[in-house]
Design a protein around this ligand. Sequence first.
Ligand code: NDP
Ligand code: MG
Length: 389
Amino acid sequence: MKKIIILGSTGSIGSQTLEILKKDKKNFKFVLLSTDRNIDLLSKQIKTFDVKNVVVTNQKKYKILKKKFKSVNILPNFRNIDKKIKSKVDYTMSAISGLEGLNPTLKIIKKTKRIAIANKESIICGWGLIKKELKKHRTEFIPVDSEHFSIWSVVKDYEKSDIEKIILTASGGPFLNKKIKNKTKIKDVIKHPNWQMGKKISVDSATLMNKIFEIMEAKKIFDIELEKFDILIHPKSYIHAIIKLKNGLIKIIAHDTDMRIPICNSIYIGSKNQKFIKSKKIDLTLLNSLNLQKVDYKKFPVIKILNKITKKNSLFDTVLISINDELVNLFLKKKISFLDITSNIQLLINSPFFLKYKHQNPKNLAQIEKLNEFVRLKTRALSVISKKK
Ligand code: NDP
Ligand code: MG
């Protein structure tokens, strides 16, 4: 029996991971699942998968769940989680949203033979630390974000120097062909045309900030220069990445808009008992009309931020993640409008408070977490909120 951990099991990626494993339940032992607040879904998961340990980070919800299950080890945080898990598990899915995922991800690496990471904020802010732990504990890493899984599936067979260009595709989100109004409602922002995802990443897809993050993520995972990346709009989202090789070949990687494809591969790759996702199956005639387009910088001004990213890893990556995390949070709490997100990112990244971080390397988790707190505080204080909401 293979042992499994899922960080963020109640989210979009976490639930899809469990949906795949449910069909093959008898071959897996569920060592640890986690949620922030969704104890109703976690309770169902505990019963269905006979889970031994769970973490509930919201303290009110933790106390409620603690009373409900006597035979399950229910923990209020990830402190000492690496000590509580006795032997190494076979597979971990890291799918907490936001920078909060970095601490548990770093801790779990030493306790798992393979880690699939969906949590892009952790990769962007803490890749140096993650990489060090992966090497130290000989843990295998597979990226789950669809673009990164696609690139990974190709570049693992090439040298870095073989790669001329990597294009990441962006759907353009719900506003590609619609006017973005300041009064845009949350439900319209998170209504992604091709994917069903958590709220945070759905907002990032609507501003296109998600694509900036994905380039930062890819630059780190594959250790490829920023200049080699580009973005093209691809409204149907079935092409995930295009890789131009120096030998003249161009590899276009396509799969259905179904995150279960990278997730399922990350679980079963290399296994004798490999399972596959029966997806919608892309109609190959669709590939005749890829409809790739350049990004409209006027409509999606955040794309200009690509010029502000530092070539080397720096704490400025955390600054960018934290500014955006806080602004998205304020939008979801209805404190700012949708257009305020983009205008404030552009304003805040030029703030003298943050520029010095372009020249500082992330050294440890405490430094990244402290900077995150500081940036979020400053973002709340310095954001300019438009009157018409
Ligand atoms: P969701 O918001 O759907 O789920 C996030 C999970 O993390 C939930 O279990 C949530 O608990 C938990 N969580 C949230 N905040 C905290 C916290 N402060 N401490 C501990 N746990 C917390 O997100 P997604 O599944 O959509 O995304 C997860 C990650 O994967 C993100 O980083 C995203 O960018 C990345 N990703 C997602 C894709 C997708 O298709 N969804 C595609 C590519 C990447 P609760 O349920 O209580 O909120
Ligand atoms: Mg993606």
